[in-house]
Design a protein around this ligand. Structure first.
Ligand SMILES: Cc1ncc(COP(=O)(O)O)c(C=O)c1O
Length: 428
């Protein structure tokens, strides 16, 4: 199977022969009764163990006061404790005074922000909900939960393909001429699922955008801001510095969390944005909550006092994640490269590998994997409405299984990709 001949150049007999060999190997996995899951980008248990210092530390002994002497057990400090705002300011590249340190989920903050735009409007414009033709740009492939939020609020999604430098900016610059287009989701560093970091040029073009809609907002979801696998991680330009050059800083609202730094679903999330957006969000937040969980914020900031502490923590995560990603990438390379039936990225951080297979065969690959006991992210989920128009993209999430499990899972994936490709090429 390690031939470098393109599968499309195989004769029908050669395809049948290959299919037979691969089917035999695949059947052995089916017979083994495997049960593996690579569906979601969750940290593995040993990654969660890395943050357990937060539980050996005794707030009772060290005191419950934030750096500005507020008792974190009480109401108050709607925007979070100062040390937490400062830390997130550094992660997001925003002044601490423009940061809100909030609860445990950044997705929740994005949902609430879009709900606000839909229900009350932003920038003095009418609520998005009053616009029957409201639209949102969906960078594809992308994060299923972003798409689900847009769908929930009835924002019609316009697919814009991802390139190796970020979203196709020519298309975006054209689409935003339509005043019904109200915004877009961006995962600018180690994007979900491609693992691509936007190039300087892409960031600059996004920063310079002058959308027809005055209330156009970019949900700058910097979920993987510090999630590098190597000391030399990808560098992302600061969107707010760039946008300021054009007076466009209100176009951007940044989000992040410690879900994949400390505990997934039990960390701290944050918003970083311009003064105007901050004030608008603040008006809603004041009604929505009296105070977020500052005890958790304090616990986080006692253990992770500075960016250096965060970087040290991320190195430990990287040491666990790197071999897992390498395992999958090596097997993809060994089994699939040279056949002309699959393309994938080699991310330098983040949580995913995006695999493109022969057009029209991704769903079948997903079924074959399922049959062999391997659950992948639902095929199609990386596109709005769960519909991949070319049926070719599959998201792989290598973080949770062990390296041994990933060896098996990756083999099953490769065999399934080849079987599905043979079927397509034979026109079955
Ligand atoms: C791009 C992106 N944004 C947000 C989230 C969820 O973040 P949180 O746990 O802060 O809600 C994820 C989780 O996988 C993600 O991949």
């Amino acid at each position: 199977m390690n031939t470098k001949k393109l599968l499309k150049d195989y004769t029908t007999e050669q395809l049948c022969e290959l299919e037979r060999t691969v089917q035999k190997r695949y059947d052995e996995f089916v017979a083994a009764g495997i049960s593996l899951n690579m569906a979601r980008g969750k940290p593995a248990s040993d990654q969660l163990d890395l943050s357990d210092d937060m539980f050996s530390l005794s707030l009772k002994e060290e005191g419950f006061l934030s750096s500005d002497n507020n008792d974190c057990r009480n109401y108050g400090l709607l925007y979070g404790i100062p040390e937490c705002r400062k830390l997130f300011g550094e992660i997001l590249g925003v002044d601490a005074e423009n940061v809100m340190a909030c609860g445990s989920s950044s997705l929740n903050l994005m949902f609430d922000f879009i709900a606000q735009c839909c229900y009350s409007g932003i920038a003095g414009c009418k609520p998005w909900m009053f616009n029957k033709n409201r639209k949102f740009i969906a960078v594809v492939p992308g994060y299923d939960r972003h798409f689900a939020i847009a769908q929930y609020f009835g924002l019609e999604m316009i697919n814009v393909p991802m390139t190796s430098k970020g979203p196709d900016m020519d298309m975006i610059e054209d689409i935003i001429k339509d005043p019904d287009v109200k915004g877009m989701f961006c995962v600018p560093k180690y994007s979900n699922p491609d693992g691509i970091t936007y190039s300087d040029e892409t960031v600059k073009r996004l920063a310079a955008m002058k959308p027809a809609a005055k209330d156009f907002r970019v949900i700058w979801d910097n979920a993987y801001a510090v999630h590098d696998f190597y000391d030399e991680g990808d560098k992302l330009l600061n969107i707010f510095d760039e946008a300021e050059k054009y007076g466009n800083q209100d176009n951007f609202v940044a989000f992040t969390s410690t879900s994949k730094i400390t505990y997934a679903g039990a960390g701290v999330s944050a918003i970083g944005t311009s003064k105007n957006n901050f004030d608008e969000i603040s008006k809603r937040l004041t009604l929505q909550i009296i105070s977020y969980d500052k005890i958790n914020q304090l616990r986080h900031c006692r253990v992770y006092k500075s960016m250096d502490d965060i970087k040290a923590q991320m190195k430990k995560h990287a040491a666990i994640l790197r071999p897992k990603f390498s395992t999958v990438l090596e097997i993809l390379d060994r089994e699939l490269s040279g056949l002309g039936i699959a393309l994938w990225n080699e991310p330098k951080g983040g949580y995913f590998i995006s695999l493109d297979v022969v057009t029209g065969s991704a769903k079948y690959v997903g079924e074959l994997c399922k049959n062999a006991g391997l659950t992948l992210t639902g095929v199609g989920a990386t596109y709005p409405y769960g519909k991949d128009p070319e049926d070719k993209n599959i998201r792989l999430a290598p973080s949770c299984p062990s390296v041994e499990e990933l060896k098996v899972a990756s083999e099953i994936i490769c065999l399934s990709v080849i079987l599905a490709a043979c079927k397509e090429l034979k026109g079955e």
